[in-house]
Design a protein around this ligand. Structure first.
Ligand SMILES: Nc1nc2c(ncn2[C@@H]2O[C@H](COP(=O)(O)OP(=O)(O)OP(=O)(O)O)[C@@H](O)[C@H]2O)c(=O)[nH]1
Ligand SMILES: [Mg+2]
Length: 460
């Protein structure tokens, strides 16, 4: 924490490259290689100048491996503690994006006293200096990784303290419960005093439990949004599954032919619908076959159904009641969309299927695909991604919420079984501590922190 660190903060290949420096010595070290003295530079100022291997005043000889003249013409932004990203004195050098220049500047910084930063070290310092809590620090990594509107919005809400707010409200309620319980303990000898009875305590505990459950349950949809919502496209051979995949992806991704059993393996790709990523999986058509390879493909179809949240079942003629029953059983707990393809084949009349989403398309000529996309988006049942709807996306948070639930459940059971207040207090304390791990209140060991921040990119 005492070192002054440096790293390249931008991806290679751009017109500019930004080098970040942070730590107490930042401006002193930088001044040794910059054409101006920045040690007294005020906070939040930008300085134009040159990076040079030898300071203009001082030694005249250029170190081996460096050009005699300026290395680059740059802008330096100066930040002062505590008003910087890390909370420390820091600077950002905007260089030209040449790999040679950037390497030379970093080399010079290290020669003059900086250490190369570890992945996520800037954000870790920001956390340790109290600039943000741990869940916000993790949101920074999610924000950098966000690739669409939904993942961006989830990361932004977490960065703005969405989860932290929910947790502090839970904390307040848990503390209230603790104090009511302690009141019971302190005055339990006074028979004439009335306390909150245990039914009331149970009510409060149940309310908290409901809130925690809601948060931990949101993880499933959070994961789906982060990784792309899996949609399996299934049906008999030759009904047009691969044609539909190609229409949805707007490219000829899968081979289409009128030979039954064309697709023998699963084919996956993603598209964004209304800012949410969907992962479509085209599958081998389901039929009786003696072909071993096709049989393996069909087994994969069942595995794909298993993993999917949404199943699109394509038919080209009216399914029998028996087929319908089979599909319903196969897609229990999933959103099923029945798609009738080849509506151009005029001999078929309208289906009599009721109560199930049925979309009619003409995949070959790209007709009604937009209607189907709308149905897919609705089936995904994405909650409104507003600030008030907190969706847990982080596995560490989810794990802590589940543990907190276990502790709280012991409190609820204990209240019911007339367990003594001091034992209940202990479980309440564990619930509080476990929830505090999410924002970092109870996490101090370097190992745990190291683990969280190594997943960041260098320079953040
Ligand atoms: N008439 C008509 N033909 C279609 C339509 N959609 C697809 N087809 C044709 O149906 C045949 C089968 O299409 P595929 O997309 O390969 O069907 P599949 O379900 O992937 O077939 P398998 O991979 O064998 O299971 C091809 O000849 C397509 O051109 C449609 O809307 N109308
Ligand atoms: Mg196919």
């Amino acid at each position: 924490m005492n070192d002054t660190i440096c790293a390249l903060a931008t991806a290679p290949g751009g017109a500019l490259g930004i080098i970040r420096i942070s730590g107490a010595q930042s401006l002193e070290i930088l001044s040794r290689i910059f054409s101006k003295d920045l040690t007294q530079a005020p906070a939040n100022t930008i300085h134009y100048g040159h990076i040079v291997a030898t300071t203009p005043v001082g030694s005249a000889t250029t170190p081996a491996g460096f050009p005699a003249g300026p290395i680059d013409e740059v802008l330096v932004s100066v930040f002062r503690a505590p008003h910087s990203y890390t909370g420390e004195d820091s600077a950002e050098i905007s260089c030209h994006g040449s790999r040679y220049i950037l390497n030379k500047v970093l080399e010079l910084l290290v020669q003059n006293g900086c250490r190369m930063a570890n992945p996520g070290e800037y954000t870790m310092r920001a956390y340790l200096n109290g600039k943000m809590d741990l869940s916000q620090a993790e949101a920074v990594a999610d924000l950098i990784a966000s690739s669409n509107q939904a993942t961006h919005q989830l990361a932004m809400s977490q960065l703005r303290g969405g989860i932290s707010t929910q947790l502090s409200s839970l904390r307040e309620q848990l503390l209230k419960l603790t104090s009511l319980l302690e009141l019971e303990l302190d005055f339990s000898d006074h028979e004439d005093l009335e306390f909150a009875d245990r039914t009331e305590l149970t009510d409060i505990a149940n309310k908290i439990n409901k809130h925690i459950t809601q948060l931990s349950n949101s993880f499933e949809v959070g994961q789906a949004i982060k990784q792309g919502i899996p949609v399996a496209i299934i049906g008999k051979t030759n009904v047009g599954k691969s044609t539909l995949l190609n229409r949805l992806l707007r490219e000829d991704r899968a081979i289409v032919s009128d030979i039954h059993g064309t697709t023998r393996d699963t084919i996956e790709d993603t598209i964004d619908l209304q800012g949410v990523t969907f992962r479509f999986i085209d599958t081998a058509g389901i039929r009786q076959t003696t072909d071993q390879v096709e049989q393996i493909g069909i087994e994969r179809t069942f595995a794909a159904i298993d993993k999917a949240r949404i199943v699109i079942w394509i038919v080209d003629k009216e399914p029998t009641q028996e087929e319908l029953a089979k599909i319903n059983k196969l897609t229990e707990n999933k959103q099923l969309i029945i798609v009738r393809n080849k509506i151009d084949k005029a001999e078929s009349e309208s289906f009599k299927i009721v109560k199930i989403t049925l979309i009619e398309i003409y995949a070959k000529h790209n007709q009604h695909i937009d209607q189907l996309e709308q149905a897919i988006y609705q089936a995904a049942n994405i909650p409104a991604l507003s600030d008030s709807d907190i969706i847990v996306t982080n596995a560490r948070h989810h794990e802590a919420l589940c543990r907190a639930q276990t502790h709280l459940q012991r409190v609820i059971d204990g209240l019911h079984q007339q367990v003594s207040g001091d034992l209940l207090s202990e479980d309440l304390r564990l619930t509080l501590d476990t929830l505090a791990e999410i924002t970092g209140g109870q996490i101090t060991t370097n190992e745990v922190l190291g683990n969280i921040f190594t997943h960041f990119c260098v320079g953040k």
